[in-house]
Design a protein around this ligand. Structure first.
Ligand SMILES: [Zn+2]
Length: 83
C-alpha cells in the first residue's frame, strides 16, 4: 500500500499517479489528486525556472494543508456522531 502525498488516502500500486512537478517521481498521488497535478503542470508551464520551484512548493503546501483540514474536520464529525 502507498499513501497519497496530497490527501493521505491509502492507495494501491494501480492507483498511483505521477506527482511531478509538484513532488519527485518516487512519491505517489491518488487518482483524485492527479487532477491537481495535471492542472499545476498546465499552469506551471508559464513560470521561469526560478519561480517554478517556489510556485510548485506553494501549490503543494496549500493542497496538503487543505486536505489535512478536510480530514481533520471529517474525523471530528465522525467522533461527534459516535458520541
Ligand atoms: Zn490524494
Amino acid at each position: 500500500m502507498f499513501k497519497c502525498n496530497i490527501c493521505s488516502k491509502e492507495i494501491n500500486e494501480r492507483e498511483r499517479c505521477n506527482p511531478e512537478p509538484l513532488l519527485p517521481f518516487e512519491k505517489s498521488v491518488c487518482h483524485d489528486c492527479d487532477t491537481y497535478v495535471t492542472a499545476s503542470r498546465m499552469h506551471l508551464v508559464n513560470f521561469n525556472t526560478e519561480s517554478f520551484g517556489i510556485v510548485a512548493s506553494t501549490v503543494l503546501e496549500i493542497l496538503q494543508l487543505s486536505h489535512a483540514l478536510r480530514n481533520g474536520r471529517a474525523e471530528l464529525f465522525k467522533k461527534m456522531e459516535e458520541e
